[in-house]
Ligand binder design. Structure first.
Ligand code: SAH
Length: 318
């Protein structure tokens, strides 16, 4: 089968938003070619590089998506372009915003993103290892074996990495947790490996749920992590309140968690008093909006961290 590789060159600020536009039109895989990140990895010596050299121009990122070569392609590309104009109108700097396409064979792209995913230690104990690499764990390390496939979550994205580091501190033995927008399942699996006794992991994308389930099994935590499809917390049974919920989403969705809480199947039905919501994926410019929404509903921000334009907040229910 022939595929169109549709690429957009854009800013670091806009890259995840552009990736979402591509996912919204049904792209089967989205790959970030971020020279700045690659250079950072090469310089840090974290990757065992033989086949990559430092890139000279690291100002922009190329976001690549893969769409079937059929009659719907032109319409989808137009939708991506319109979405980019909307971002621009909303103050997101998408420049240079060049878009181009080329034809590729199926096999060419399915493994493209694997070039950018390698074993990496995050925090004090967690090591993320792609399923196709081998790794000998050192004492005290917690190894997560992941194949994110078409789902988001290699664990190395700043928004996820901040959550993983926080989980190392926050998960207590036998704790029960919920992971909203689980993607590859990375945060749910980490919670289980850090000692949680029950983790409910949901995502509204069926693909993500499938990928998460495979990763959960691969890591031997299927007895602890239950996966399912849900729009935010809607399908999660409110049988018992938990002390920790992870939500690496985007600002709008985190605000929805507060604003749509009707007491029945919303945040307050799931998070106990004194419990913490670990909210991430918030772009710096929107952190105040999230804070306002949380405070308006009586929650308190007890910690805030920032990494490369992304904010993570620990929000406590009073
Ligand atoms: N938890 C992973 C993935 C985060 S990406 C990590 O930390 O790396 C955000 C995920 O949220 C995506 O998998 C996306 O499918 C999911 N998502 C987006 N909107 C959602 C919604 N309304 N309800 C549940 N999940 C949602």
């Amino acid at each position: 089968m022939k595929w169109a590789e549709v690429s957009v060159r854009t800013s670091h600020e806009a890259m995840d938003l552009v990736a979402s536009l591509m996912e919204d039109v049904g792209a089967s895989g989205v790959v970030m070619d971020d020279p700045a990140l690659v250079n950072e990895y090469i310089r840090s010596g974290k990757w065992d590089f033989k086949d990559m050299t430092e890139r000279r121009d690291a100002t922009f990122v190329t976001v690549k998506s893969y769409l079937p070569m059929d009659d719907s392609l032109t319409g989808k590309i137009d939708t991506i372009r319109v979405g980019m104009l909307r971002l621009l109108r909303n103050g997101v700097d998408t420049s240079p915003a060049d878009l181009w396409k080329r034809e590729v064979d199926d096999e060419d792209w399915a493994n493209e993103w694997k070039k950018y995913f390698h074993t990496e230690k995050i925090g004090e104990r967690i090591v993320i290892v792609p399923t196709w690499e081998s790794y000998e764990a050192n004492d005290g390390e917690i190894v997560l074996r992941l194949d994110p496939g078409a789902a988001f979550g290699t664990g190395t994205h700043p928004t996820t990495a901040m959550c993983l580091r926080a989980l190392e501190r926050l998960v207590k033995p036998d704790m029960e947790t919920i992971d909203i927008g689980t993607g590859s399942g990375v945060l749910a699996i980490a919670a289980a490996k850090l000692g949680a006794s029950r983790v409910t992991a949901v995502d509204y994308s069926e693909t993500a749920v499938k990928v998460a389930r495979e990763n959960v099994e691969q890591n031997g935590v299927a007895g602890v992590v239950k996966t399912g499809a849900s729009d935010l917390l809607k399908n999660v049974a409110a049988d018992k309140k938990v002390m920790l919920i992870t939500a690496n989403l985007i600002a709008d969705l985190i605000i929805r968690l507060f604003d749509e809480d009707n007491g029945e199947n919303g945040l307050s039905a799931h998070l106990a008093a004194g419990g913490k919501l670990l909210a991430s994926g918030i772009i710096t410019s929107r952190a105040d909006e999230v804070k306002d929404a949380a405070e308006k509903h009586g929650y308190k921000i007890t910690e805030q961290q920032e990494d490369k334009d992304w904010v993570m907040m620990i929000i406590e229910r009073q």
